[in-house]
Design a protein around this ligand. Structure first.
Ligand code: ADP
Ligand code: ZN
Length: 712
């Protein structure tokens, strides 16, 4: 059995060996047993049911909660030459009939469908007339009523056990906790399933958490080191998403936005672009998440604190699904804590629920202030023991210095107490530093014993100290007031001198315009120096093929496969076949083309131009001005205009996307071209009347737009 499975793995999927427990899982299911599979995101769950599906006779039925997920997998399978289909609400009645016919004739190997579809009596009746190889229940945690992805229809999937007693079932999830696991077993009637629990560690993700100072600048530094790579930037509110995306575009970063407040067609379009194009930044609320199977998300940045470690781990887990290096980066400050606590207070729900949420937030804060290995702390929270520090997080790499903060902490707490437990950090720091402000004078705080006792430290140090006091629960935020600080019960032993306090020593904030590198060398820069050119050539070819086949680029080949081509430099088809991810079908379809690129194919020059054009179009669509695009592509503005005009002429770009001209002026330019009879006049004829008002390039763009309209 395992041998056959190996052959399928190599011939169809192009991979040499199973990862982790894949082999054992596949053996179990292929031989007719049930399985419960817990594997982190990117662990390779799909193969666990796809390989047995190919080994067993009959149709494999895959339950998946989202159409986007299904489409992605179906496209991937089709590229591999496997007959797969999805049955969903987007199909017309005729398409559904057609699919039913193919199913009856045994022409489909894997059928993806939503749970509500599957459990319809008619559907079940229909399936009973077919030969079923297995049932796979993906995202099985959707049965959990406590989880955030609860889908009531999943509850009905339990009946498969009784209705198809001889068909093996495999349930898969990336959700770690025990309670969810037990719920899956009970509700899906998987008592006899063998359990396969993998480590939840994501060794390819580099974790870094930095104190928030100038968050936008910090973000830009982080992004600048990762140009050309795709990533997600999470923000807490819709407003902040919009503002951040607009800001990034202004600064020359190709950013899109995504949140529940956007019209659904805009959301769908942005999501699609993120999946299909490369190097885009998605600025989003957590509404953007499940169903994002893009394997080459190279970083996930958090501009705000998530409300639990579960959320943090899930969100950062969207990076690096392909197993290549990815960065998880977060900027965090006291303001975040205030905001989350406020949300918690005002949320619905009973006291018990709030207590649990509070506890989760505390665990999140503890990770931020962690002085040991972040990965060890994270995994420990999920009941997993990582024996040694990971060597792949900020704390491991930079080392964390701690200092004895007992005395200053007592001074800070005393400042809170003496000022009446109602002021925010700003004022408290002023008091400690002995600043002569209006507020200090108004309240007579210059007379307090704590006034000016903290002059030996900087404002930055005091702010960091207050933040850590709140994070550790030694001080509370007064939410009814204006976010003033109060003492909490737990600070008594410290005030009485019974315990000492060790805190993180933070590096000094960056000065002026040269912020420190956000992370040293980014984990996510996959290729360097001389490899770059060939890497880009490979990516360009992949993009071209993806467009021809209307699939996302990673469906042609994942980055990991391109990277292996680059590093191993296959010189023949036989060598190409050895590259991981190159199966028989893909070898036949694409092998030659990629070999040609690697061997310095003749097409290189025109391809490079196509590459620039492509990037130009996506930058323009992202809202960048021609000048900004010129900066980004490092070419002249004139050149940018002429490429824009060409793209407009070929209707790859609308005039509005390319230019940002006041409407009135735009009208005037158009009129100038349309004045005469018949043919459009050349640009040189109208240029005179706009000299000094409109760049000549604009005229070329407008003319191209009019021309293409006439041709239609
Ligand atoms: P999950 O569903 O667990 O998040 P996927 O099934 O999408 O993960 O797999 C993640 C990536 O790893 C995919 O690109 C997949 O092709 C690749 N992969 C899975 N198993 C293997 C393997 N045995 N060898 C090489 N690559 C693999
Ligand atoms: Zn570590």
């Amino acid at each position: 059995m395992l041998e056959q499975a190996q052959r399928v793995l190599k011939d169809i999927f192009g991979y040499d060996s199973f990862r982790g427990r894949q082999g054992a899982i596949i053996e179990r299911v292929a031989s007719g047993g049930d399985a419960l599979v817990l594997m982190p995101t990117g662990g390779g769950k799909s193969l666990c049911f796809q390989v047995p599906a190919l080994l067993r006779p009959g149709l494999a039925v895959v339950v998946s909660p989202l159409i986007a997920l299904m489409d992605d997998q179906v496209a991937t399978l089709e590229e591999l030459g496997v007959a797969a289909a999805s049955l969903n609400s987007t199909l017309s009645a005729e398409q559904q009939r057609d699919l039913a016919g193919r199913l009856r004739r045994g022409e489909v190997k894997m059928l993806y469908l939503a749970p509500e579809r599957l459990v319809q009596p008619r559907m079940l009746d229909f399936l009973r007339t077919l030969d079923i190889a297995l049932f796979a229940i993906d995202e099985a945690h959707c049965v959990s009523q406590w989880g955030h992805d609860f889908r009531p229809e999943y509850l009905q999937l339990g009946q498969l056990a009784e209705q198809f007693p001889h068909v093996p079932r495999i349930a898969l999830t990336a959700t770690a906790d025990k309670r969810t696991r037990e719920e899956i077993v009970n509700r899906l009637h998987l008592q006899d399933a063998e359990r396969f629990l993998s480590s939840f560690d994501r060794p390819n993700i580099f974790y870094r958490i930095v104190p928030k100072e100038n968050p936008r600048k910090q973000l830009m530094t982080f992004l600048a080191e990762r140009r050309g790579n795709a990533g997600i930037v999470y923000c807490l509110s819709r407003k902040k998403v919009d503002e951040t995306a607009a800001f990034l575009c202004e600064q020359g970063f190709p950013a899109l936005s995504y949140h529940a407040g956007l019209p659904s067609d805009v959301r769908a379009a942005n999501q699609k672009r993120f999946l299909n194009e490369e190097g885009l930044i998605m600025v989003a609320t957590i509404a953007f998440g499940m169903g994002i199977d893009k394997p080459n998300v190279r970083y996930v940045a958090h501009m705000d604190l998530p409300k639990s470690l579960e959320a943090y781990y899930q969100e950062t887990g969207r990076g690096g699904r392909d197993g290549l290096p990815a960065d998880a980066w977060m900027a965090y400050g006291l303001q975040d804590v205030l905001m989350l606590k406020q949300m918690l207070q005002s949320s619905e729900g009973d006291e018990r629920h709030k207590r649990i949420e509070q506890h989760k937030l505390d665990a999140m804060l503890a990770l931020c202030e962690e002085t040991r290995c972040r990965r060890q702390a994270l995994l420990a929270y999920f009941d997993e023991d990582l024996p040694n520090p990971c060597g792949h997080c900020d704390n491991c790499i930079d080392g964390v210095q701690t200092w004895d903060a007992t005395e200053p902490a007592r001074q800070a707490l005393s400042a809170i107490f003496r000022t009446g437990q109602r002021y925010g950090v700003g004022h408290l720091v002023d008091v400690l530093l002995g600043k002569d402000t209006e507020k200090v004078r108004n309240f007579g705080h210059e007379k307090l014993s704590v006034f000016g006792v903290g002059k030996a430290r900087t404002e930055h140090e005091w702010r960091s100290l207050f933040r850590q006091l709140v994070a550790r629960g030694l001080a509370d935020i007064d939410l009814e007031g204006y976010g003033g600080l109060r003492l909490s019960d737990t600070c008594r032993p410290l005030l009485r001198g019974e315990v000492t306090l060790e805190l993180r020593l933070e590096p000094k904030p960056a000065k002026g315009s040269t912020p420190r590198s956000s992370s040293g060398s980014p984990a996510s820069q996959l290729v360097r120096g001389e490899e770059r050119e060939q890497w880009e050539a490979l990516r360009t070819l992949r993009r071209k093929l993806a467009e021809e086949h209307s699939v996302p680029p990673y469906v042609i080949f994942p980055d990991s496969t391109l990277l292996e081509m680059l590093r191993s430099q296959p010189g023949s088809m036989a060598e190409m076949a050895r590259v991981s991810g190159v199966g028989a079908r893909k070898l036949e379809r694409y092998g030659e083309a990629f070999l040609a690129v690697l061997n310095g194919g003749a097409e290189e020059a025109p391809r490079a131009v196509a590459d620039v054009r492509h990037e130009l179009i996506s930058l323009a669509r992202a809202g960048m001005t021609p000048l900004q695009i010129a900066g980004q592509l490092q070419c002249s503005e004139k050149n940018v205009y002429s490429m824009l005009a060409e793209a407009i002429g070929q209707q790859q770009l609308s005039l509005e996307q390319a230019l940002d001209l006041p409407e009135e002026l735009m009208g005037e330019v158009q009129d100038a071209f349309l004045d005469g009879e018949g043919e459009l006049p050349p640009v040189s004829e109208v240029a005179g009347q706009f000299a000094g008002r409109v760049p000549e390039g604009v005229l070329y763009c407008v003319r191209a737009a009019l021309q293409s309209e006439f041709e239609m």
